[in-house]
Design a protein around this ligand. Sequence first.
Ligand SMILES: Cc1cc2nc3c(=O)[nH]c(=O)nc-3n(C[C@H](O)[C@H](O)[C@H](O)COP(=O)(O)OP(=O)(O)OC[C@H]3O[C@@H](n4cnc5c(N)ncnc54)[C@H](O)[C@@H]3O)c2cc1C
Ligand code: FES
Length: 283
Amino acid sequence: MFTIVEKELLAPGIHKLQVQAPLVAAKAKAGNFVMVRVHAGGERVPFTIAGHDPKRGTITLVVQEAGKSTKAIGMLSVGDVLLDVVGPLGTATPIEPVQRLVAVCGGIGVAPTLPLLRAFRDKGTQILTIMGARTRDLFILREEVESVSHEVIYVTDDGSSGAKGLVTDALTELLEEGRKFDQAVAIGPARMMQATCKVTEYYGIPTIVSLNAIMVDGTGMCGACRVTVGGETKFTCVEGPDFDGHKVDFEELILRQAFYREEESRITVESQHGGEDCQCHSS
Ligand SMILES: Cc1cc2nc3c(=O)[nH]c(=O)nc-3n(C[C@H](O)[C@H](O)[C@H](O)COP(=O)(O)OP(=O)(O)OC[C@H]3O[C@@H](n4cnc5c(N)ncnc54)[C@H](O)[C@@H]3O)c2cc1C
Ligand code: FES
């Protein structure tokens, strides 16, 4: 049983869970994710393994409420169980020893960035992290990011914390000032990763991105998560989710992410009222 042993609200609609999953915790590496099913009949949803503790047998998941399944997870408490936690899935990110890394992360993208930062730090890399959010209350995992980074720059859309602007503004400013980096990591919404990659490509900085493609089985069987990288079709769930950002066809990814939006919003509304989980029977 995959029992929730700790739960913390990080920001409105964003939860940090410690989940008992000893076999996953024993094998997890930076870049891996799990497929979670909350209850029988539910869909499988992918979450990055944001941390793992093999001794305790737990993994850390950071879950942002987006639709039916993530909202169901948000309603669980300590002691409740998740029906399935399958993993670790995906290809672990190869961590080359580099001297200077710049990590650019936005919103919930901080969670998948953390394991990469820890892995680079363990190789002795100097890390500068640029964290972006719409407003200061939406920053998450600040302490954890500060503990693995040598420098952190905060950026908000509304200027409520750090500089006002976008993460790409802060990155461009640093590079224009002459700061040098051997490697970049960019994780967040697809448009943010795309914009970051444009900047890093111009400055010739190799960039790892983590693609949040729509997934169904998570095991390479259904093809739902296919993306184009360097002109070749790749399955994000087995060959990713981390890829060379300069080779990713982001326009295609963004189009495919929107593919089921209408159905998803319908399911979310139905599940709140009149759907299979509805208790009111009045619709
Ligand atoms: C490899 C990977 C790792 C991920 N890690 C995390 C994580 O650590 N924490 C976290 O909160 N979320 C993560 N996601 C996104 C998460 O899986 C989706 O938010 C979730 O599947 C939405 O399910 P739902 O039923 O709640 O919402 P749905 O009703 O299915 O969707 C609601 C909204 O979320 C969007 N959405 C659906 N699936 C995805 C997806 N795969 N990626 C991005 N947006 C999606 C839909 O387009 C829609 O707008 C990850 C996705 C991938 C592919
Ligand atoms: S999710 Fe089915 S092939 Fe990747």
